[in-house]
Design a protein around this ligand. Sequence first.
Ligand code: NZQ
Ligand code: ZN
Length: 384
Amino acid sequence: MRNFEFYNPVKIVFGEGSIAKLKSLVPRDKKVMLTYGGGSIKKNGVYDQVKDALSGYRIIEFGGIEANPEYETLRKAAEICRKEKVGFLLAVGGGSVLDGTKFIAAIANYAGEAWDFLDGKARPSVAIPLGSVMTLPATGSEMNANAVVSRREMKEKRPFNSPLVLPQFAILDPETTKTLPESQRINGVIDTYVHIMEQYLTTDGGAWVSDNLSEGLLRVLVEHGKAYVEKPDDMTVAGNIMWASTMALNGIIRLGADSDWSTHAIGHILTAFYGLDHAITLAIVLPGVMQVMRTNKKSKLLQYAKVVWGITDGPEEERIDKVIHKTEEFFRMLGAKTKLSEFGITEDTPTLVADKMQSIGLLPCGEHRDMDYDIVKEILSLRK
Ligand code: NZQ
Ligand code: ZN
């Protein structure tokens, strides 16, 4: 078990009707920028609930933050924050709106080039405080310090993190998920599942508490993921999926253990190249990582097979084959496609992605930094 320190100050306000509590969470003396995406919040009544809760506040709005938030859009918002002296940001929407808002918060008062934060040249020293109303359980962004920003003209998608952009609070009202399209429900379950897997499926390091938390969360997704996709009105299911997605990436389940973020690193490049939804890239890549890294991850693969999928019979290598298959089958049963060719992608993706990862310093990756250029190519070659 590794040494660790843990601090997470995000206040979670969970439950139906909790948007009304915004008035006790958002500072009244600050000018607030309400950020949102392409308009889902205006169609499903969330916008009205937010405006009602904040009546009497000084609010300006910035809408149009894209799925996979675009660098240039966020720079425009930051410019407005500067001019308008915005003192608090309220992100209302999915992970893209919240990630975008975190980036706005960090760059608004930065004199240098905003890209510095994405290529690691600089780290923010100040940020505008922010909070969120999360309407799409998936990313865990509501309780972490991460943001991922895209720059389409350069085919770039890069992560950034700073404790300064941890939300002060996150409202999780399962009712807001009722209007999610089926594709986003599928995405939410898969993104959550893979976040857990990347913190769990590493070296067996004796972090039993984290392992058990991960296995419990995975079982919730296996048992209730399909119901979440098929029954949007079941608030018990939605509430549990929502909380699972927060728990999957708020830092708790990785404590004392190693993490392997290679699936996400490869997936982000696939989104940058082909515009695939984030979670879909993970459904494509993870089975390949499990297959190619099966020797290094053997002990955890066997544990995962046993505890999450009840696979206990047969020789070890057979059990591993079975559980890799089960995992991909689970993604497909939810409704996801898991092969590049199913998206009409037939070019030499393995080489293109490995080249890109090499050029921006993402290699080697994996929990032991032993996944190199050739391994990334091998993984994607299996996923054509
Ligand atoms: O833009 P609007 O109109 O709001 O519509 C959105 C968008 O089209 C819609 N939506 C959201 N809530 C809805 C809704 N539609 C109906 N009813 C609702 N209640 O869903 C679409 C997708 O939204 P988006 O925010 O893009 O999805 P998601 O939450 O999956 O976020 C994806 C982004 O988060 C990053 C991804 O890379 C990607 O850029 N990630 C962020 C992480 C983090 N901060 O820790 C970790 C993740 O691994 C991930 O990388
Ligand atoms: Zn993710």
